[in-house]
Design a binder for this molecule. Structure first.
Ligand code: PRP
Ligand code: URA
Length: 209
């Protein structure tokens, strides 16, 4: 069974609380999503492959390490995953990115895929799927399924807030996938929103409601 890692670092929890606050505006919201993704990446990338390299300081040769970014693919679920992708690519600029467009119907909350463009060598990369919200889990299960159908063998999921229902669905559908999250909230409401959550992530990012 995949691991669920909840990141309780004070900086992550501080920023997550501002994201939850209904008074936070779109610009600050987008910036914070990017920042939290960067902080979570710091915690989630502890086992990234590194290569030893030699450099010369102004004084002497030095042995160092370089991240083999070519082995990573960041895969945001559109559209709310985009600022998380931006944060991760700032940290790992040599990573590739794939994009999966999925929306869920208001009822019965099933995911619909409208776009999928992945690096051609996705089978040789670790795929990190990013989306702020893991609610019913339908979108994440669908996205991970698409990646695996294209050959991805190592897939991880990074979200800001997860509902217990979504965690269970991912664990049942993809028991090999680890989940990284800043919080596991209480439950879903009758419309499939996470309680207390932060509302509709896409709308809060882009001011569409
Ligand atoms: C939101 C969110 C996830 C999905 C989670 O996207 O960003 O992708 O809902 O819900 P689920 O776990 O029940 O599938 P939404 O479908 O609202 O699309 P949007 O990003 O285009 O607004
Ligand atoms: N999608 C969101 O944006 N928010 C939720 O709470 C659930 C799904």
């Amino acid at each position: 069974m995949g691991q669920v890692r909840v990141f309780d670092h004070p900086l992550i929890q501080h920023k997550l609380t501002i994201l939850r606050d209904r008074r936070t505006g779109h610009k600050e919201f987008r910036e914070l999503v990017e920042e939290v993704a960067m902080l979570m990446a710091f915690e989630a990338t502890g086992d990234l492959p590194i290569r030893t390299v030699e450099v010369s300081t102004p004084l002497a040769p030095a042995r160092g390490a370089t991240i083999a970014g070519r082995e990573i693919a960041v895969v945001p679920i559109l559209r709310a995953g985009l600022p998380m992708e931006a944060g991760l690519l700032r940290l790992i600029p040599t990573a590739r990115a794939g994009h999966i467009g999925i929306y869920r119907d208001p009822a019965p909350l099933e995911p619909h895929t409208y776009y999928c463009k992945l690096p051609s060598d996705i089978a040789d990369r670790q795929a990190l799927v990013v989306d702020p919200m893991l609610a019913t889990g339908g979108s994440a299960v669908e996205a991970i399924g698409l990646l695996k159908a294209r050959g991805a063998r190592v897939v991880r999921l990074m979200v800001l807030i997860a509902a217990p229902e979504g965690v269970r669905r991912v664990q049942e559908g993809h028991p090999d996938v680890d989940i990284y999250t800043a919080a596991v909230d209480e439950r879903l409401d009758d419309h499939g929103y996470i309680l207390p959550g932060l509302g509709d992530a896409g709308d809060r990012l882009y001011g569409t409601r």
